[in-house]
Design a binder for this molecule. Structure first.
Ligand code: SF4
Ligand code: MG
Length: 331
């Protein structure tokens, strides 16, 4: 019998016409044309509304959004160090709680949201985020993942796709593939390791439409510490024309290389369930990006094999690779 998924009450945006018109991340930034991470910023601010405070770790979404004397942020925003996303959110939430307890500010729901890039969240800041997800504060961490340290000119991170060219991993005549690490499985790691964190999700800003907005709203409605990992095509780092950003997000999801799901109170709910749909070949996703131009057929086949394995053989497809029953004989 299928497990009953918990019912979550939240103000769902059902159609494009219900999308709030107010913008809280607006003009005044210098992100590249077609930047999906900027869409993540715009959407989370739109979904969470004016009673929100954001903290942002160093990364593209810090640097490109804080040119001298300009900012796109309408909501209060604070910069924090590259690896300090989790602790900045805890500090902000703790400060608000103390002020409310002392009666200095009215008791009300104020959303605390940290955004950290893949280097800031999955690599340098993973300890602080783990601490935040173990706390009892109301906070949401959004890891915006453009699969590189884009702010400092596209260096590989633990989230970069296998085989990609970055400034740390340029293909050469002797070694065609310099990036041989498989992408870190960040969101499930956060879900598995933090039993009192009730909501973890993986999302794309623009595909399926409205999905990310609603995941932000759901995370904030469930409350406590929550985590969302977003998949952000980056024209500069991934080397494609900016007009294809949304399409690349869609191809990444439909090929299965970036699974979309929510984990609510330990139950997995697939947003785009590739156990039931036909996956498109990863080649269609890879060949649209210059960072994979050096791959040959056997490389593409390897990536396809790994994606197939993830969906066909993992204990929880796309989420958890564990299997049970391994016997190890003692000597
Ligand atoms: Fe966005 Fe990538 Fe440009 Fe950074 S480098 S602003 S992530 S498109
Ligand atoms: Mg990055």
């Amino acid at each position: 019998m299928a497990t009953q998924l918990p019912v979550v009450e939240f103000e769902k945006i059902k159609t494009v016409h219900q999308t709030p018109l107010e913008e809280f991340y607006t003009s005044g930034h210098r992100t590249c044309q077609g930047c999906e991470s900027a869409m993540v910023m715009r959407d989370f601010a739109k979904a969470s509304g004016p009673r929100t405070i954001a903290t942002g770790a160093t990364g593209c979404m810090y640097v490109a959004n804080t040119s001298y004397m300009t900012t796109p942020w309408i909501i209060p925003w604070m910069h924090t160090q590259l690896g300090a996303g989790g602790s900045s959110a805890v500090g902000m939430a703790a400060g608000l709680r103390a002020l409310m307890r002392k009666g200095r500010i009215p008791k009300e729901k104020i959303n605390v949201i940290n955004f950290s890039g893949d280097l800031g969240a999955a690599d340098m800041g993973i300890g602080g985020i783990s601490g935040a997800l173990q706390s009892d504060y109301d906070l949401l961490i959004i890891m915006y993942d453009n699969e590189s340290a884009a702010n400092t000119d596209i260096q590989a991170t633990g989230s970069t796709t296998y085989g990609a060219q970055t400034t740390f991993t340029p293909p050469g005549s002797k070694h065609r593939i310099m990036h041989r690490r498989w992408k870190k499985n960040m969101a499930p790691m956060m879900a598995v390791g933090h039993p009192t964190c009730r909501y973890v999700a993986a999302a794309s800003a623009t595909f399926p439409a409205l999905d990310f907005l609603n995941k932000v709203r759901k995370a904030l409605a469930i409350g406590g510490p929550t985590f969302i990992h977003t998949f952000d095509p980056c024209p500069k780092g991934w080397d494609y024309h900016p007009k294809f950003s949304r399409e690349l997000g869609e191809l990444g999801v439909k090929s299965g290389i970036f699974p979309l799901y929510e984990i609510i109170d330990g139950q997995v709910n697939y947003t785009y369930d590739l156990r039931k749909k036909t996956r498109i070949p990863v080649r269609g996703y890879l060949e649209k990006q210059g960072r994979f131009a050096h791959l040959i057929d056997e490389d593409v086949d390897y990536i396809q094999h790994m994606v197939d394995k993830m969906w066909d053989e993992w204990e929880i497809p796309g989420v958890a690779p564990f299997t049970s029953g391994l016997q190890i004989a003692a000597s």
